[in-house]
Design a protein around this ligand. Sequence first.
Ligand code: APR
Ligand code: ZN
Ligand code: ZN
Length: 365
Amino acid sequence: ITGAVLESLDSPSPFAESRPIRIRELELDAPGPHEVLVRIEAAGVCHSDLSVLTGVRPRAVPLLLGHEAAGIVEALGAEVDDLAVGQRVVMTFLPRCGHCASCASDGRTPCENGSAANGAGRLLDGAKRIHVGAEVIDHHLGVSAFADHAVVDRRSIVPVGDDVPPQVAALMGCAVLTGGGAVLNAARLQPGETLIVVGLGGVGMAALLVGLAVEGARVIGVDANPDKLAQARALGAHETYGPAEAVEAGVKAPAVVEAVGRAVAFETALALTAPGGRTVTVGLPAPDDLASVSPLALVSTGRTIIGSYLGSSIPARDIPIFVDLWRRGLLPVESLVSSEIHLGEINEAMDSLARGESIRQIIVP
Ligand code: APR
Ligand code: ZN
Ligand code: ZN
């Protein structure tokens, strides 16, 4: 196979101008008993991939990036009996093992075994299936989709209908599940309520679209980049503000979702949360990026802070819900695609993402 491998973290910078990702010919093993071989049709470039190469999300290298994707099943492991070759599937970036304490929860706590496997660059059963001779390449979040094929655990994928185009299916796996799940599962936005989304990249724009799909809801977009505010209004946001502008204007809502991945944006989200409201944080800042919170201000206003990984979702339960909204014309996921690119343009794509220019760039074959 051909894949985009991050080989070194020597010069972490907000930009990829050093061209740290190399397109390489790789060997991909056959799927193990609980695994599936997928031909990748579309893969989104998400900030969590960029955060690996800037060192914000520390990972071992070499690593095959890409965790938001869709494709066609080409081969099934011996014990996979609930999928068929030729079926379209969505990759999701946290497999649920199905038997740990967290998997017994409603999706609020990330699967313990899935998180451990992701942290170790392995598939859920512990294998690493990508190599070049003796050199072993780590998997990224159990997916590694910046390639023409991937071997993934059955529990890392959710089948979707053939009517869902590859680009839409890909975005379901991270942007929609994370942003949309934050709105529906974590913030539990009610009909007629107001939602503020802080950070309007792929994840935040998906949160905005899902908010707009809730009956009678008002949605306010907040981003440091004025271009993103214009794009949010084009997608249907009722109002938009820069972060300082929103705080100064005293804008507040009962449901606020932070989708930036910086502590300063979490502080903005907190400041925009109305008395009695919920602040949901989904961004992934560096471990040492800390926010300042006044406990007194929380107590005296009765507010709640909720951390949400993968939109507090159970992918097999929630992706069909988002697909159904898309089928009914209530969730125009296509509008999140800013460009289609090829694998060889991955370093430039990371630069564009770092400059905040794009919502979702989609890699297609
Ligand atoms: N306040 C408001 N918006 C900001 C700020 C800030 N201080 N700083 C940056 N932004 C905006 C950027 O302009 C951009 O539009 O946040 C947005 C982030 O979007 P992307 O880079 O496209 O990130 P995305 O892929 O959506 O991921 C967002 O969720 O899954 C995590 O790791 C991911 O932490 C990241 C977050
Ligand atoms: Zn992502
Ligand atoms: Zn589990």
